[in-house]
Design a protein around this ligand. Structure first.
Ligand code: NAD
Length: 261
């Protein structure tokens, strides 16, 4: 395919899950992709799999919560490919699950630093390289940015996912003059390793909150979670010029999970 032919994509959290699926999907449609993530991520593995399929990829170690890391990651991509057209601000962690009453400030702060400040740094440092030619920025929020019941016990996470949507709207307004579009994808439960790679959910019974959890991962369309590949298809559409009248939107991809929970 050639739906994003000639474009350069900067993808955070590109070593796994939704980020990896999006990187592979965009590369198959002609984009050169920079896989940005933590040292322990399998970035080289994704890089090699993209190259083996005939695509172009580079992996860059960077912590999204560190502004200097992100700035240097962009510099590296610009040095290599000379342009940035697509940014997928996707890296994120679930954070601690549990009651607010006992949530430690360090845990709260780590979730905000990664999900919110990470998004801020990733968008901020994309503007200078993108402002002359325009482009598309996509942020991974969650249905839990608006609908919180499915992430009950995840107060820090839900706060960041709501904050990302608000930030997306401000960025869409501000960057429209440069023909930079900014949108958010809001997945429901997606089958990735996010619980393993960040913080494991404790047994739900351990969470002393006086509401009953709905059956986990249940939604009207299917009885199992969505896939990272399904989210990648939406990211591809938002990355390509096919979506050039869409900006400032947050798009649910949840099999209508949010309608029942
Ligand atoms: P994942 O754990 O496979 O992917 C997250 C990636 O971000 C990992 O590669 C991780 O190493 C990376 N990351 C974490 N902290 C980082 C940091 N400080 N710097 C750089 N990279 C960092 O899980 P995923 O489900 O693919 O998550 C991707 C995004 O999707 C997250 O923003 C998550 O909140 C969101 N999301 C996931 C689901 C779901 O059900 N899986 C639902 C809604 C939203």
């Amino acid at each position: 395919g050639d739906r994003v032919q000639g474009k350069v994509a900067f993808i955070t959290g590109g070593g796994s899950g939704i980020g990896r699926a999006a990187a592979e999907r965009l590369a198959r449609e002609g984009a050169r992709v920079a896989l940005v993530g933590l040292t322990e991520d399998h970035l080289e593995e994704v890089e090699q799999s993209i190259q083996a399929a005939g695509g172009e990829a580079v992996s860059i170690q960077a912590d999204v919560s560190n502004e200097q890391d992100i700035k240097e990651a962009y510099d590296q991509v610009l040095k290599k490919w000379g342009q940035i057209d697509i940014v997928f601000a996707n890296a994120g962690i679930n954070g601690t699950v549990g009651p607010i009453e006992t949530l430690e400030f360090d845990e709260w702060n780590k979730t905000l630093q990664t999900n919110l400040s990470g998004t801020f740094f990733t968008v901020k440092h994309a503007i200078t390289p993108m402002k002359d030619s325009g482009g598309s920025i996509i942020i991974t929020s969650s249905i839990n940015g608006n609908r919180v019941f499915t992430s009950f016990g995840m107060s820090a996470y839900s706060t960041t996912k709501a904050g990302q949507v608000a930030f997306m709207k401000m960025a869409a307004l501000e960057l429209a003059r440069y023909k930079i579009r900014v949108n958010a994808v809001c997945p429901g439960a997606i089958d990735t390793n996010i619980d393993e790679s960040t913080n494991k959910k404790p047994e739900l019974e351990e969470i002393a909150i006086a509401v009953e959890m709905p059956p986990e991962g249940e939604h009207p369309l299917r009885r199992e979670p969505g896939t990272a590949e399904q989210v990648a298809n939406l990211v591809l559409f938002l990355s390509s010029d096919e979506s050039d009248h869409i900006t400032g939107s947050s798009i649910y991809i949840d099999g209508a999970e949010s309608l029942i929970h």
